[in-house]
Write a protein that binds this ligand. Structure first.
Ligand code: ADP
Ligand code: MG
Ligand code: ZN
Length: 619
């Protein structure tokens, strides 16, 4: 029997070859299964674990995308156990490493780690053990800066390699390699040296968060060759997603939501600033909730104690910056509320992912106002936004405030805004598209606010708009981002648009008359259908990255020749859309609209699957 976590729905493999990785007649299969039971105490493998292990054991470079909690560690710990040499694991966070080592030692698997803040004698002892005749370690964990900066370590690795004892190199949290990801760490970029030095040693790169562009970046930077890719659906069917307009009485809304849906249950409220955390916690305490705050400038001891009280259910609600997250494995988090706009869809998905690890229905509610967008944008450009999890003890080398990645950050933020402002498409669909995954909205079964929404929708033929947008992408010589294209299309006269206006011919302003959000939906649809592709552009001069739209000639042909009709569904104009730009308290009585309250925990189970959103008439 296979144990399938409840939230894993689709389980597909995208490999660069046709090998059947789930075969059970590899020479190591028996040993693998026996050790999985005996040493790790698992009854079976989770989705993709067996396949990943077989691919890496066969000597391939492997790239794994698996949601947090999916069981990535086993895919290298088990091979490490049954191979004769040592597995090198690069992991970003000392606390995570220590936690892993503790578990390994409990299972009697010899393991050690090296990090820069260890005493030198202690480091030396480990290095000595590595070069000893019969080194006992099965796994050696190191932080990335060790690889980038320690010659002593590299020499030991060369030595191990020469003795044919370097079995495998594992890059955990591999998305940190990419500036495009939400957790860029400069030291990860130096890891390419490992493949250069040890080209024949298989590399296993693991991450829970990677868009197509991050994946490309990682594969390139690490120098992976013919790598086999395992990707698991990122859909979390037990989570309920809603975006709610944030008003002045947002705190009252949050209180009511928790009281009505998750009374005395455990949850996280993500706030933008440290001050917000404290204010939100205080307000909730006034309402009678057991709440506390958690952020980077707290005394470490106090912080640890808050986290402990929370894990023991003495505190229900943690009001935190994104610093609160990685390594938190509480299975019964029933809600994740965003008190303000997350900085990227990736980050948002990951933060929401901390809810409902046990597979039980849980809520994800985002309170959105356009004002918060301006606020986050401002904070990003000042480098004032608290960074995620890695904050504990690790300098982030100014990934956000260097200006280098400001463009990337702004682009990521804009996508988050467009997610929030979209009141038509399935939230799951919108999130998963971002991970390069096609999700059929009818599988949402009304578990997000947009699918639950009963407002009338009308079909609209947007083929002409689509043709114009594709034309526009071509006329700017495929050098610009989606937001730039939209600006030109809507007739913006900003400096950058003006400077490039001569290229855009008659299409500048061609979309002036369209309703708000219409053009961006068509554009996104074109990206989803791969008629347009989003590419990462690297500028050699400064090493900065940005997103650039290109035309996929193969798929654009039918559309441009008028042989393809694209029909999208829009809210009928008769009903007023929910107003996000209005930060003021709505008039009394207007609050009963279904769009003003989150999806209830008990969503209709027998909901009819939604009909297909768009149709295409291909030649
Ligand atoms: P990830 O790194 O993907 O976030 P972990 O490797 O930390 O996930 O695993 C999450 C949890 O799942 C751990 O508690 C681990 O013991 C458990 N686990 C992993 N594989 C299995 C399995 N095959 N059967 C049962 N539990 C498993
Ligand atoms: Mg992990
Ligand atoms: Zn939906």
């Amino acid at each position: 029997e296979t144990y399938v976590p409840k939230y894993v729905e689709v389980n597909y493999i995208e490999g660069s070859d046709d090998t059947n990785w789930s075969k059970r007649d590899f020479s190591w299969t028996k040993k693998l299964e026996a050790n999985n039971k005996r040493v790790f105490g698992n009854h079976s493998f989770r989705p993709n674990q067996r396949e990943i292990i077989n691919a890496t054991m066969s000597g391939n470079d492997v790239f794994v995308l698996m949601p947090t909690g999916g069981g990535k560690s086993l895919t290298y710990q088990l091979p490490a156990l049954i191979c004769s040499g040592i597995t090198l694991v690069i992991s970003p966070l000392v606390s995570l490493i220590q936690d892993q080592i503790m578990h390994l030692l409990q299972a009697n698997i010899p393991a050690a780690y090296l990090s820069a803040n260890m005493e030198w004698p202690e480091q030396q002892e480990i290095l000595r053990e590595l070069c000893s005749e019969n080194c006992s370690y099965k796994l050696l964990y190191v932080t990335p800066e060790k690889v980038a900066r320690s010659d002593a370590l590299l020499r030991q690795l060369e030595n191990l390699h020469a003795r044919e004892l370097l079995d495998r190199i594992v890059i955990d949290e591999a998305h940190c390699v990419s500036q495009w990801g939400h957790d860029f760490r400069p030291d990860y970029q130096g890891l390419g040296i490992l493949k250069q030095k040890f080209p024949k040693v298989p590399v296993l790169a693991l991450t829970a968060t990677a868009t197509a562009s991050v994946k490309e970046d990682v594969v390139q930077a690490l120098g992976l060759v013919n790598c086999v890719i395992f990707r698991q659906s990122f859909n979390r069917s037990n989570l309920r997603f809603s975006v709610i307009p944030k008003t002045k009485k947002c705190m009252e809304d949050i209180h009511n939501f928790i009281k009505d849906n998750h009374y005395d249950e455990c949850g996280i409220i993500y706030c933008l600033s440290r001050m917000d955390c404290e204010k939100v916690a205080e307000k909730l305490q006034e309402y009678g909730h057991k709440a506390a705050f958690y952020h980077g400038s707290m005394d470490p001891e106090l912080r640890a104690s808050v986290q402990k009280q929370w894990s023991k259910d003495e505190i229900n609600i943690i009001c935190a910056t994104v610093a609160f997250g990685m390594g938190i494995n509480k299975p019964d988090v029933r809600f994740v509320i965003h008190h303000s706009l997350p900085k990227s869809i990736e980050g948002y998905h990951q933060e929401c992912g901390r809810a409902g690890r046990d597979g039980q229905i849980s809520s994800c509610v985002l309170y959105y106002s356009y004002g918060d967008y301006i606020r986050v944008k401002h904070m990003l450009s000042n480098g004032a936004v608290e960074q995620s999890s890695f904050a504990s003890g690790y300098p982030r080398a100014g990934a956000t405030n260097s200006g280098r990645t400001l463009e990337t950050n702004t682009e990521n933020l804009l996508r988050m805004v467009s997610y929030c402002e979209n009141d038509v498409d399935c939230r799951r669909f919108l999130q998963l598209v971002h991970f390069g995954e096609k999700f059929d909205s009818s599988n949402c079964r009304k578990t997000c606010d947009n699918c639950l929404n009963t407002q009338t929708l009308v079909d609209k033929d947007v083929s002409e708009i689509a043709q114009q947008l594709v034309g526009l992408v071509k006329s700017v010589r495929q050098q610009f981002s989606a937001s730039h294209i939209l600006d030109v299309y809507k007739g913006s006269n900003s400096q950058i648009v003006k400077r490039n206006k001569h290229d855009t011919l008659s299409l500048h302003g061609a979309g002036k008359h369209l309703a708000k959000g219409e053009a961006s939906r068509v554009l996104r649809h074109l990206v989803v259908e791969e008629i347009l592709v989003e590419d990462v552009k690297k500028s050699d001069l400064y090493g900065s990255v940005s997103s650039v739209l290109k035309v996929n000639e193969k798929k654009a042909g039918n559309l441009l020749a008028g042989r393809q009709t694209i029909i999208l569904r829009f809210p009928s104009a008769s009903k007023a859309p929910k107003s996000f730009r209005n930060d003021a308290t709505p008039a009394k009585g207007s609050l009963t609209s279904s769009k003003q309250t989150p999806v209830p925990v008990e969503a209709p189970a027998s909901a009819q699957p939604q009909t297909v959103v768009d149709k295409e008439l291909s030649a």
